[in-house]
Design a protein. Structure first.
Length: 143
């Protein structure tokens, strides 16, 4: 159920952007593009599974492992807890997701990648950064 909500949020935001930009596309098609693009996030899960299959360690190490993210550039002991989430979600897979969304939309709508990137960045990515800031404030309040 939560995953369905997590899929609907980017689909709704992108659909809104496309609607306001006067593109003719159904919500079902936008949802399909979002669903296909979400498969990018299986890559870091596979990396974790493969990595920890060969390097068994503690649960704390699993929690602190975030491949190809800004978090991996810092020493976790030197960071405050509220910085963990934003540094983990800002990773190469998130950027690939944005580009893949724009690419699939451009291909489906027979439009330019540039115009679809503007919609994805303007509607989804701006919401994404607001969400990250919101989670950071919640984390600060709970620490």
């Amino acid at each position: 159920m939560i995953q369905l909500i997590a899929l609907n949020i980017p689909a709704m935001l992108i659909y809104l952007g496309l609607y306001l930009a006067k593109y003719e596309i159904s919500y079902k098609k936008v949802f399909g593009v979002v669903l296909i693009s979400e498969f990018v996030f299986f890559i870091p899960l596979l990396i974790k599974i493969i990595w920890f299959s060969f390097h068994p360690v503690s649960m704390e190490a699993v929690r602190l492992f975030s491949p190809l993210s800004l978090f991996s550039l810092f020493d976790p002991e030197s960071l405050q807890e509220w910085l963990f989430y934003p540094l983990k979600v800002l990773n190469i897979f998130e950027v690939i997701y944005w580009i893949l969304l724009a690419f699939l939309l451009a291909k489906y709508l027979k439009s330019s990648l540039d115009s679809m990137l503007k919609i994805v960045l303007g509607y989804y990515v701006s919401f994404f950064f607001c969400w990250v800031v919101f989670v950071m404030f919640i984390s600060l309040g709970n620490s």
